[in-house]
Design a binder for this molecule. Structure first.
Ligand code: ATP
Ligand code: MG
Length: 568
């Protein structure tokens, strides 16, 4: 296709609102243009990449036995009321009303609709297992849309749902989907990790995320360089660290104005690791109403882990200053486990400490040398409620954990019977018994993937598309073609011959200076570039270069098709 006939509005300057490479380069390269906060128009180059990704996703899913359908974007509220999510979803769900005052939402995900479809069309156990997917627009009113396509409000997702009579059948499909996602990312030539993940609000069971590794990723992954262990930091199991064994006399000390761990540690001249911090959250009942969470001073609370503990309100809610003062008679900065009249959950690494510093439950006082067994009442449960940190032992015992940053492009879940049960779905098994099917759910961020590829595949000059998803295979750059009939003729012939060999060709036939054409070619990032210029043609050659390599091959124009077609 001719550059002069396509809409490729490249820019020299980065857009003012862009912070990450993919956002900057996709806008500068003329792939996308913003419509409104978190929503983008797809221009011809961008759409070609998106379609390539969709094609790979489709091919691998069909190979794994999934069937493509297409479900509506606007969904009736009744289905969401049936599943109980209409009231739970909050402001991320975009709600609307039609002319008859009936309520709807714009699809953020499709569990309700697919479960409803299933109960209408599946009548016999013989039709199971059943694995359905579609590629469709989603809308989530994200609180902070940012990073262009990465965290949009309107985006394109492949979402799939499977239905099973038993666990064994579910497990087989779940592993097939895990393998399928790995195959998709491998075909795209990306460096990625599959990690254990938290299910969030979608399900309660097992789940795995697929991350494209990139510094700009919003997620942190904990992994063991010595084994296969990898988990989202939100989910990674924290091992109990050995505590100090010292036994000292407990002492109450005046710590005026020291309200934070840093301030207390500095005032007393001790490490934050020798202190514990006590956080007060709401209980899931009014009696007692509050629960205390105790962590080592240098550790951070993991809200998802704490929210799953019996007796703690989920999602986790911190108690306010006034509430705490009313219940305990002490301000937030001076609470501690000694003589605390609340149920307590101690993180396992805090529970193994001895001789620690903690709030004395009196304003501006702390204890030094506190000891769990001797000084704390028995209303303490021990659990893993913290985030892992780099260097923590891996839970599989293989050595210390390291961290990587990743972009979540896929997430597969076990839904169990959460939706089939609440929406009253049953299928008769072979012996006539009604079975509530087990469900799996498989999401893949097709439009986010475009950004994720760019985050991993770019350099200082622009994008370096992997061959599998590139908008074109070859970029023919004709230098001064409007002045040289020879250049124009050879470039046109190469355009035709490369296309005839089955390659997608972008032919830069514009009346632009060579510098402009080269800068645009680097920015747009098509993997193979053939440059045709007068000087070369006088020696009978054109130049062939891979975008990912600096070396240039000088070839006779007749050798170009073979050279490009045989490049792996
Ligand atoms: P995140 O934690 O990034 O918000 P999520 O857990 O909400 O993602 P899922 O509900 O599992 O995401 O959706 C499946 C996939 O859809 C994600 O893995 C991601 O690739 C994509 N996705 C989710 N939210 C967005 C968004 N706001 N913009 C673009 N893609 C998204
Ligand atoms: Mg989300």
């Amino acid at each position: 296709m001719k550059f002069s006939e396509l809409i490729i509005p490249t820019l020299r300057e980065a857009p003012a609102d862009a912070e990450v490479a993919s956002h900057i380069l996709l806008v500068r390269g003329g792939f996308i243009r913003r419509l409104a906060s978190g929503s983008y128009n797809w221009l011809p180059l961008g759409l070609r990449v998106l379609k390539n990704i969709e094609r790979i996703v489709r091919e691998e899913l069909e190979r794994a036995g999934a069937q493509e359908i297409l479900m509506p974007v606007v969904q009736p509220a009744e289905l969401w009321r049936e599943s109980g999510r209409w009231d739970v979803m909050g402001p991320e769900l975009l709600r609307l009303t039609d002319r008859h005052d009936r309520e709807y939402c714009v699809s953020p995900t499709q569990e309700e609709v697919v479960t409803d479809l299933f109960r209408r069309v599946i009548t016999s156990y013989r039709q199971l297992p059943c694995n359905l997917y579609h590629i469709q627009t989603k809308f989530r009113d994200e609180i902070r849309p940012r990073f262009g396509l990465m965290r949009a409000r309107e985006f394109i997702m492949k979402d799939g749902y499977s239905f099973h009579l038993d666990e064994e059948s579910f497990e087989a499909t779940y592993s097939a989907m895990h393998a399928c996602y790995s195959a998709i990312l491998t075909r795209m030539g990306l460096d990625y990790r599959a990690v254990d993940a938290d299910s969030g609000s979608i399900g309660d069971g097992e789940s795995h995320e697929f991350h494209v590794l990139a510094e700009s990723g919003e997620d942190k992954i904990a992994y063991s360089p010595m084994s296969d262990y990898a988990a989202n930091v939100e989910k990674a199991q924290a091992v109990a660290l050995p505590g100090d064994r010292s036994v000292e006399a407990i002492q109450k000390v005046h710590t005026p104005g020291a309200k934070t761990i840093e301030a207390v540690a500095e005032f007393l001249g001790v490490d934050a690791r020798r202190c514990v911090k006590t956080l007060i959250v709401h209980a899931d009942s009014d009696d007692p109403g509050l629960v205390a969470l105790v962590l080592r001073g240098d550790h951070q609370l993991n809200e998802a882990k704490a929210g799953r503990i019996d007796g703690v309100r989920r999602p986790l809610e911190f108690a306010g200053q006034a509430e705490i003062e009313a219940a305990l008679g002490v301000g937030i900065g001076s609470i501690g486990p000694v003589e605390l009249a609340l149920p307590m959950i101690a993180d396992s690494s805090a529970a193994s400490m001895s001789g620690f510093v903690c709030g004395a439950n009196a304003d501006d006082y702390h204890y030094v040398g506190a000891n769990w067994q001797r000084d704390v009442a028995s209303n303490v449960r021990v659990a893993d409620i913290r985030n892992v940190v780099e260097g923590d032992p891996a839970p599989d015992g293989s050595g210390p954990l390291s961290f990587l940053r990743g972009i979540e492009v896929g997430h597969i879940f076990k839904l169990g019977t959460k939706y089939s049960e609440t929406m009253g779905v049953t299928v008769q098994n072979a012996s006539g018994r009604d079975i509530v099917p087990i469900m799996g759910c498989y999401g893949f961020g097709v439009s986010r993937m475009v950004a994720a590829v760019v985050e991993q595949c770019h350099d200082g000059d622009g994008i370096v598309w992997p061959d599998a998803v590139a908008p074109f295979d070859v970029h023919v750059v004709a230098l001064n073609n409007t002045k040289s009939a020879d250049v124009q003729a050879v470039a046109e012939r190469l355009h035709r011959d490369l296309q005839a060999a089955g390659l997608a060709v972008l032919f830069d036939d514009r009346d632009e200076r060579p510098g402009v054409k080269f800068a645009d070619a680097d920015l747009i990032g098509i993997p193979n570039r053939v440059t045709v210029g007068d000087r070369g043609l006088k020696q009978g050659i054109v130049e062939y270069r891979r975008r990912s390599e600096s070396g240039v091959r000088r070839l006779s124009p007749d050798a170009v098709v073979d050279a490009v077609a045989s490049t792996p």
